[in-house]
Design a protein around this ligand. Structure first.
Ligand SMILES: [Zn+2]
Length: 523
C-alpha cells in the first residue's frame, strides 16, 4: 500500500465528473489524484507523512483554465498606466500628468485600457490632448481592445509619421479631414509603426512581468493558461521561469502564424512538450475588434453606416495559411469577431478539412462574437470549438450600438452554442478583460440583456474546466477531479452552484493547487 502526499478532507468537492459529481475528500500522490470519495474512503491513504488539509466545508472545483490570455501583455499592463474605467479625456490627461511627475524627461510612457465609449467627450483622444499633459515624453496609450492606440506628437515624430505617411496594409492612420495631419490614432497594423521605435524592455523586465502575471493567475484560481505569445522571447522566458521554479501554472502556448514556417521546419506540432508547458495552437487574426469598429461585419456598423470593419487577410491568403497549418498537424485558433470574419474563417476551415481530413483536429474560433444561426450550425458540423470570453458581455455594453438590436441578439450567444452542440471553452483575453474566471462565469450566468442566452452555473463551470481542457487535447488528464488526473484544484470560499448568481464574482479563491503543489494560499 502506498500513501498519499496530500489529502483534502471535509470538503464540498464539485468534481465535474458526471460519474461521481460530488465528493467530500480527495487524496493526491505526487502530481495526481489517487482517490476521490468520503472522508472514510480517504483514510487508508493517510499515514504520518501525509499532509492533511481540512477544508471545513469549503467548496473545491477543478482548477480553472483560461483559453485566451496574453500573459506578457498582462504582466506589462500591471506596470503601465491603467486607464480602464476612465470616463473622460480630462481624466486621462490627469493620470498622464501624475505619471510625468515620476518620469524623467524624454522617457517613454505607456498606458492601456481606455475606451472612448465611456468618455464624456464621446471621441477618441488626440495627440493634442496628450501633448497638453505630456509635451516632452513620447506617449503610447492603447485602447482597451488592443487594436487601436493613441500617441502624442513626440511619439509621432519619433516614429516619423507625417501627413505623407501611408498606412501599412491592414492598418489605418487617422488624419484630420481639413489639414491631413495625423491625429495620433493608429489602428491595427499601423501600430507597428510605433512599435518599431519604442524601446524594447530588457529580458529581466519581461521575465518580471511574466512572473507577476502568473502570480495573479494562480491567485485567481487558474491552474492553466493558454498563453498567446507575441514573440519567441516569450517561449524562452517560459522555459527559464520553469527552470527557476517560477512557473506556477500550466501553459499551452499559442504561437502567431508568422512563425508557422519555423515550426514546420523544426518538425514541431501541436502537443509537443509536457503537462507543464507545451506547443498549442497556431494563432491567426482574421479581423479586428467591435470596439474599434475593425471587426469584419457582413452588414455595416449600425453606428457607422459606411463601415463594415476590416479583414486582415484576403480570403485566399487565409485559406492558404489555414490549410498549411492544418496539414502540418497544428491545431488552429483563429480570431474572428465579426460575422463576416467568422464566415470567411469557416470557409477556410471547411476547405482545409475537406481536403485533408483529420479525425480530432479541435480547431478553434477565438471570440466568435457576432454569429448567426447558420454560422453556429457550420461550427457544429465542422466540430469547431468556440473559445469565448464571457466578460465581454459586461465590458462591451455598447455592442448593441455597434451592431443594432437584431444582430445584438447574436452577439455572444453562449446558450445557443451549447444547445446546438458546439464545445464552448472559456477565457479572459486578459489584459483586455480581467483575468478572474469567476467574473467570466458570473457574466455568462447573469447577463442582463438577452436572458435566453444565460447559461447554467454548471455549464459555465464546464466552460472554464472540462471544456477548456478539451480545447488543448488535455481532457484526459485534467479538467475534472477524478482518479488518475492531474491534481489541479481550487478551494473557493463559497459554492458557485448555490450562491446567488450576482454574488459569484465575490467568491474568493482560498487556495490553488497545481499538480499537488499549493501554489497560492490566502493567508
Ligand atoms: Zn486576444
Amino acid at each position: 500500500m502506498t500513501f498519499a502526499d496530500l489529502v483534502l478532507i471535509n470538503g464540498n468537492i464539485i468534481t465535474m465528473n458526471p460519474k461521481q459529481p460530488k465528493a467530500q475528500a480527495t487524496a493526491i500522490k505526487h502530481d495526481k489524484i489517487v482517490e476521490v470519495g468520503t472522508n472514510h474512503e480517504i483514510k487508508p491513504w493517510i499515514n504520518k507523512n501525509t499532509k492533511i488539509i481540512d477544508l471545513k466545508g469549503k467548496t473545491v472545483v477543478p482548477g480553472f483554465i483560461d483559453t485566451h490570455a496574453h500573459m506578457l501583455g498582462f504582466g506589462r499592463s500591471l506596470t503601465t498606466i491603467d486607464l480602464r474605467g476612465t470616463t473622460s479625456i480630462k481624466e486621462i490627461q490627469q493620470k498622464l500628468k501624475e505619471e510625468i511627475q515620476k518620469t524623467p524627461k524624454g522617457k517613454w510612457i505607456f498606458g492601456h485600457g481606455w475606451d472612448q465609449e465611456r468618455f464624456k467627450e464621446k471621441r477618441y483622444p488626440t495627440r493634442w490632448d496628450l501633448d497638453q499633459s505630456a509635451p516632452d515624453n513620447p506617449v503610447t496609450l492603447r485602447r482597451v481592445c488592443g487594436h487601436i492606440c493613441a500617441i502624442n506628437t513626440k511619439a509621432l515624430k519619433l516614429a516619423n509619421i507625417t501627413k505623407q505617411t501611408k498606412p501599412p496594409p491592414g492598418g489605418e492612420i487617422d488624419k484630420e479631414p481639413q489639414t491631413g495631419e495625423p491625429t495620433g490614432i493608429l489602428r491595427e497594423n499601423a501600430m507597428d509603426l510605433i512599435q518599431k521605435v519604442t524601446p524594447k524592455p530588457d529580458e529581466n523586465e519581461l521575465m518580471e512581468a511574466c512572473v507577476l502575471a502568473c502570480q495573479k493567475a494562480v491567485k485567481a484560481g487558474l491552474t492553466g493558461v493558454h498563453w498567446i505569445i507575441d514573440s519567441p522571447t516569450e517561449i524562452s522566458i517560459i522555459q527559464k521561469l520553469r527552470a527557476q521554479g517560477k512557473l506556477p501554472v500550466r501553459v499551452y502556448i499559442l504561437v502567431p502564424v508568422e512563425f508557422l514556417d519555423h515550426l514546420i521546419e523544426l518538425g514541431l506540432q501541436t502537443g509537443f512538450g509536457d503537462n507543464t508547458a507545451k506547443i498549442g495552437c497556431i494563432k491567426i487574426l482574421a479581423d479586428g475588434s467591435l470596439g474599434a469598429r475593425t471587426a469584419a461585419l457582413k452588414e455595416p456598423y449600425s453606428d457607422q453606416p459606411n463601415n463594415k470593419g476590416m479583414m486582415l487577410y484576403t480570403p485566399k491568403e487565409l485559406k492558404r495559411l489555414v490549410i498549411k497549418a492544418h496539414k502540418a498537424g497544428f491545431q488552429l485558433a483563429i480570431h474572428a469577431i465579426g460575422d463576416h470574419a467568422v464566415e470567411i474563417v469557416l470557409d477556410a476551415l471547411e476547405n482545409a478539412l475537406s481536403r485533408v481530413s483529420r479525425e480530432d483536429h479541435r480547431h478553434r474560433i477565438e471570440h466568435a462574437s457576432v454569429l448567426n444561426g447558420k454560422a453556429v450550425q457550420r461550427m457544429r458540423k465542422l466540430n469547431l470549438i468556440a473559445s469565448v470570453q464571457p466578460h465581454f458581455i459586461v465590458s462591451d455594453f455598447w455592442a448593441g450600438d455597434r451592431v443594432g438590436s437584431e444582430r445584438a441578439r447574436w452577439a455572444y450567444p453562449f446558450k445557443t452554442l451549447i444547445k446546438e452542440g458546439v464545445t464552448v471553452a472559456g477565457g479572459s483575453d486578459c489584459p483586455v478583460e480581467p483575468i478572474n474566471p469567476l467574473l467570466g462565469i458570473q457574466a455568462a450566468v447573469a447577463r442582463e440583456a438577452f436572458p435566453e442566452e444565460r447559461v447554467a452555473v454548471d455549464e459555465a463551470l464546464s466552460v472554464y474546466t472540462v471544456n477548456a481542457a478539451y480545447a488543448s487535447f488535455e481532457d484526459d488528464v485534467k479538467g475534472s477531479i477524478e482518479v488518475g488526473k492531474l491534481a489541479d484544484l481550487v478551494v473557493l470560499s463559497e459554492n458557485p452552484l448555490t450562491v446567488e448568481s450576482d454574488k459569484i464574482k465575490d467568491i474568493e479563491v482560498k487556495m490553488t493547487i497545481v499538480g499537488g503543489r499549493v501554489v497560492y494560499c490566502e493567508v
